[in-house]
Design a protein around this ligand. Structure first.
Ligand SMILES: O=C(O)CCC(=O)C(=O)O
Length: 298
């Protein structure tokens, strides 16, 4: 029997970086994405907020603090855009060789899919703390696994500090199970699909991932993470992509993942018409794009 691994890896991470990812469930790599690229994503984001050449399939999420009140134009009303896989400018982030090669090192395999894309535009908090993102595990939202073959690359589009609500992570939490999630009972309201861990102990030790523009955090889908309120007057932006290798398979979600699945399928049915038969994996099949190798499954 062959003892060779079934896949090739890019070998761009040092052994210390790989060991750190395995121990902590994340690594931060400095200056991965050039500032000129970040500017092109920013410009394209602003165009989409102005509804210019909106790519098919994209989801524009309005911020809860604004969605309830009057119509507001431009980026002020938009908390996140998702599913930009058909937008050449934004999707070029997902195919950057310097990102994909690190992802290859982490998840292994030579067939890599971009599964989920987001540009997060955390608004200045209006005093309601609605700009927070509750502590959660991304695997709660995914109907595919194994988790070790999935990795997120999340790039700071500007300086990230505790003041503007940088990412907050619980090192080592990726070694634990997937926990029950649900909407937090926040007085000011919660953004759509911002499900958080229901029994999260607020005293859990955490790391504030302060980063410079272009720095990228790579993290495991079971890593517990979230982000704080943005206490500045600017919009805090990050761009991200979740990748999976072709060893991943779709499966029937259960527990609190089911609530997320029902919500997502509900949104898809609204878009395509209520009588369209669409399953949760179908939603993901539409989102998924190959970035390396061949599309074997997913
Ligand atoms: O950028 C952030 O504030 C956190 C984003 C995040 O964790 C998510 O959208 O799942």
């Amino acid at each position: 029997m062959s003892t060779q691994p079934s896949h090739r890896t890019a070998n761009v991470l040092t052994s210390e970086q790989r060991a750190s990812y395995e121990k902590n469930g994340f690594i931060i790599v400095k200056r991965v994405v050039p500032l000129a690229n970040l500017q092109s994503y920013e410009d394209r984001f602003q165009e989409i907020c102005q509804r210019k050449n909106v790519p098919p399939g994209i989801t524009i999420m309005r911020d809860v603090a604004i969605a309830k009140s009057e119509f507001v134009a431009g980026e002020k009303a938009v908390t996140k855009i998702q599913d930009f896989q058909t937008d050449p400018v934004l999707f070029s982030f997902c195919t950057l060789p310097q990102i994909v090669s690190i992802v290859e090192d982490i998840v292994g395999g030579s067939n890599i899919m971009a599964m989920h894309t987001m540009l997060i535009n955390k608004p200045p908090d209006p005093g309601t703390l609605t700009s927070r993102h509750p502590m959660h595990q991304d695997q709660n939202f995914f109907p595919f696994r194994p988790a070790d073959k999935i990795c997120c690359a999340w790039t700071a589009m500007e300086r990230m500090s505790r003041e503007n609500g940088c990412l907050v992570v619980v090192p080592g939490s990726h070694k634990g199970p997937l926990l029950q999630h649900g909407y937090p009972k926040w007085e000011g309201g919660v953004n759509k699909l911002y499900h958080g861990i229901q029994e999260f102990d607020p005293n859990t030790p955490r790391v504030y991932a302060e980063m410079e523009a272009g720095d990228t955090i790579f993290f495991h889908p079971l890593l517990i993470h979230g982000s704080g309120a943005n206490r500045t007057s600017g919009f805090r932006k990050a761009i991200s992509c979740h990748y999976a290798n072709s060893e991943c398979e779709y499966f029937e979600v259960e527990g609190s993942s089911k609530a997320a699945a029902e919500e997502v399928v509900g949104i898809a049915k609204k878009r395509f018409g209520g009588d369209v038969e669409i399953s949760y994996p179908d939603v993901w099949r539409v989102r998924a794009r190959l970035v390396k190798g061949v599309r074997a499954n997913l």
